[in-house]
Structures are given as structure tokens and as C-alpha cells.
Design a protein around this ligand. Structure first.
Ligand code: SAM
Length: 262
């Protein structure tokens, strides 16, 4: 039987039970047709990953009985993705793919040319959880409420480096700016800023460039859509600064084929 991998809020430890949400129970019971005893893998972003077994508790509820730990919690790159909201399918795509690419925080930012005013943060969180379950992550990125660019910059944390993606030119190519950084700079907290479909306004670019440890870069000669730019920049950052610099861990041959996620 394939193993369902689930994110839960509860603490995880051997021999205890973790409650499952109504949606998780519905999926396991009615979509996946899982019986009591079905194998699960659980993670909560704090305690690593654990084997567990599905156990019914009444007609509609169930828990996970936790067994052995399969992976210990490991540190992940501290990189925020600060992006101007775009329309529904594209913002869902950003949440899903940025989770796969290892963003620690998804921060929607309202800028002068942002066309979308309402952001469904709960839906973005659900997308991020599902992507983290699929992608074998041990954590789910924090999805923050939207914030005005000026407020974000006014409260900018000391020491967090900022990579601005600026299609108007003048900055170095991203590979030049991020290649060959020393270890202390690579280990620092980072953020990536992506403008809206209409681009950052000139005064917004000026304000962004006032952050202490900032670099404005180009992503090549083509103007990318905001969602493409966000994911391209995150991939370049992971390859040159983040955890794509490390070898991919070796997994058992059946590790992936035996898994299904909800
Ligand atoms: N300024 C254009 C406009 O008026 O529509 C394009 C904005 S672009 C669609 C959205 C965002 O993606 C930009 O603000 C920038 O952050 C990023 N971006 C797109 N292409 C880029 C490139 N070639 N280099 C750097 N950033 C880029």
C-alpha cells in the first residue's frame, strides 16, 4: 500500500496520537479508501518526519498513531519570497512552486501597480501545505498577510539581504551577483523582491535600493511574467546561494514510488 504523507499541527513523538483534520480523514477514508492501520508519514515543521498508522475514533474522526521517526528536522535556507499578488491561477502557482523550491516565507506585497487587491491567504496556505506534503519538505513556508511595500521596508529586519529583480536594467546579471559569495554571506537570511505585472514604480525601486545589504539584478534579456520571474529568481538563488549547492541525499529505491500525498 502506498504511504500518505501529511502535515499536522500537533507535536510528534513515538507512542503518541496526532489528531487528523476532518479534511484529512475524509480524504484518507473516502478518496484513498484507507482502512485502520494504513501507513502514514507525518511532519509538522518542528519534529522531523514520523511513521504512523491510521486509527478510527468514531464514525467520522481518526487519529494517527505515531511509530518510529524516519527523518530528523534539518535547518532549511532562510529565504523570503516578497512578490506582488497576481491573478488567482498564477498566485496559486507561485505558492505551490515556491514551496517546492524551498522558500521559507511567502510575503505578498502591495505596490503602486499591483492590480490585485484581495489575496486569499488561507487558499495560499492550503496550496503551500499540499506542495510541502508532495515535495518531501519537512516544513511548510509561512504565508504572511499582504503588506504595503513601504511598511515592509520600514520594518526590514537588520541583516536580511535583499535581492531585487529589476527588469529595467543597470544591475548585474543574477549569476554574476550571486556567484562566488563567501560562506558568511550565503548563510545570511535573504529575501527576493519581485514586482507586479506593471513593474515596480521608479520611487519603489529607489526605496528598495535603500535597504542596507541590497543587490538589484537582471534575469536576462526577456521580460518575464511576475510568476515566472519569482520562480526563476528563487531557482537561481537556491543554485548559487542555497541548498542546491549540497548533494541531493540518497534515498531508498522505493522511497518515492511508495508514496502518495493528500
Ligand atoms: N515593467 C514591465 C511592465 O510594465 O509590465 C514588466 C514587469 S514584470 C512583468 C514583473 C516583475 O518581474 C518585475 O517587476 C521584475 O521584478 C520581474 N522581472 C521580469 N522580467 C525580469 C528581468 N528580465 N530581469 C529582472 N526582473 C524581471
Amino acid at each position: 500500500m502506498s504511504v500518505s504523507r501529511l502535515f499536522v499541527e500537533a507535536d510528534l513523538a513515538a507512542g503518541i496520537e496526532a489528531p487528523l483534520s476532518e479534511a484529512q480523514v475524509h480524504y484518507l477514508r473516502h478518496v484513498m479508501r484507507r482502512p485502520d492501520g494504513a501507513p502514514l508519514l507525518l511532519f509538522n515543521g518542528r519534529d522531523g518526519e514520523w511513521q504512523a498508522a491510521l486509527a478510527g475514533r468514531g464514525k467520522k474522526s481518526a487519529v494517527a498513531e505515531i511509530g518510529d521517526q524516519t527523518r530528523v528536522q534539518a535547518a532549511e535556507p532562510d529565504v523570503w519570497l516578497c512578490f506582488a499578488p497576481v491573478k488567482r491561477a498564477r498566485i496559486d502557482y507561485i505558492a505551490e512552486k515556491a514551496t517546492e523550491l524551498g522558500a521559507a516565507v511567502l510575503q505578498p506585497v502591495l505596490t503602486r501597480h499591483t492590480a490585485v487587491e484581495r489575496v486569499n491567504v488561507e487558499r495560499l496556505r492550503a496550496n503551500a501545505i499540499e506542495a510541502a506534503e508532495q515535495t518531501e519538505r519537512l516544513s511548510v513556508p509561512e504565508v504572511r498577510d499582504p503588506v504595503d511595500l513601504a511598511r515592509l521596508l520600514a520594518a526590514w529586519p537588520e541583516g536580511r539581504r535583499l535581492l531585487i529583480c529589476d527588469e529595467t536594467g543597470g544591475g548585474p546579471p543574477i549569476a554574476e551577483a550571486l556567484g562566488g559569495l563567501d560562506a558568511a554571506v550565503r548563510a545570511a537570511p535573504w529575501a527576493i523582491a519581485i514586482g507586479p505585472e506593471g513593474g515596480f514604480a521608479a520611487e519603489e525601486l529607489t526605496a528598495l535600493r535603500r535597504i542596507k545589504d541590497v543587490v538589484a539584478v537582471g534575469l536576462g534579456p526577456r521580460i518575464l511574467r511576475a510568476d515566472t520571474a519569482a520562480l526563476a529568481a528563487l531557482a537561481c538563488w537556491q543554485a548559487l546561494v542555497g541548498d542546491w549547492r549540497q548533494p541531493t541525499p540518497r534515498l531508498q529505491a522505493d522511497y518515492r514510488t511508495s508514496r502518495v500525498t493528500v
